[in-house]
Design a protein. Structure first.
Length: 278
């Protein structure tokens, strides 16, 4: 009996290694394509949180806005848009900011201060009024990113590192809840290859506030999570998948994060399974 069990164990291990190698070879092309077209930015978390709003971005409560006056530096202020939509400034006074662009707010402040618009600077210090939720490539994971205005979905994902190796390129979708518009939800399928290879932008959807993005996961990525730790490490290096410290199931690298009430990893792009995206 002991001999049979040992033999079966070796056969099972050999089968697992063989399966992993075959799957690795099958996914290498996809991994190389992603690394070439969507390299991971040096600071994806910073790129997501650092405000770089588009010109079309509409300010709303509780966005944080910074204002400077060239001729009146003592008027400089950082303020939160109030629930009534006004930007409360002691001087030269509050202006309506809800639903307005930064340029429109600057024009109003310049008129109130009786100076040219070029002498006033209005910037977005923190985007808090809307968000985009990204799911994947690990199923059940979510990442909340501040919305900073209309942006093509693939440009957004590349900027915040949301298309890492292990992403399934034929399973990228944008879900638009349309709750504020009291309309039915919409689903848009993104043809990643057509956008990145053929330069066809038709499915590169412009994101709106509160959109949700779903990125599928390849079989190679799924397999790497069920392999033993020692084999999974070698497999991920062979396939070029994410580094070991990204994977929250790697027990030896888990660290507690009290702010999330669970275990996460430095540099992790997504929350742990079961955690709220809010």
């Amino acid at each position: 009996m002991e001999f049979r069990t040992a033999t079966f164990g070796r056969r099972g291990l050999h089968a697992a290694v063989t399966l992993a190698l075959l799957a690795a070879c099958a996914g290498c092309g996809n991994t190389r394509f992603l690394r070439r077209t969507c390299p991971t930015p040096p600071d994806p978390q910073g790129a997501a949180e650092r405000p770089t709003p588009s010109a079309e971005y509409r300010v709303a409560c509780p966005d944080v806005v910074a204002v400077t006056f060239t001729d009146h530096p003592d008027w400089d202020a950082v303020a939160v848009v109030d629930v009534d939509g006004r930007l409360p400034l002691p001087r030269p006074g509050g202006v309506n900011a809800d639903g307005r662009t930064l340029d429109e707010i600057r024009t109003d402040l310049a008129a109130l201060a009786d100076c040219p618009a070029e002498r006033v600077t209005v910037t977005l210090a923190a985007a808090r009024s809307a968000r985009v939720v990204v799911y994947g490539p690990i199923r059940g994971r979510a990442r909340v990113v501040p919305y900073q205005g209309p942006e093509p979905v693939l440009d957004f994902l590349k900027r915040v590192g949301g298309l890492p190796p292990g992403s399934k390129l034929n399973q990228v979708y944008v879900i638009r809840p349309n709750v504020a518009a009291a309309a039915r939800p919409q689903v848009f399928r993104v043809n990643v290859a057509a956008v990145l290879v053929d330069g066809d932008p038709r499915t590169n959807v412009l994101l709106q506030a509160d959109d949700q993005i779903y990125v599928g996961e390849t079989r190679q990525s799924v397999l790497s999570r069920v392999l033993p730790d020692w084999l999974g490490t070698a497999y991920r290096r062979l396939t070029g998948l994410l580094p070991d410290d990204w994977w929250s199931f790697t027990k030896s690298r888990r660290t507690a994060d009290p702010s999330l009430g669970g275990t996460t990893h430095p540099g992790s792009l997504f929350l742990a399974p079961g955690r709220s995206a809010d």
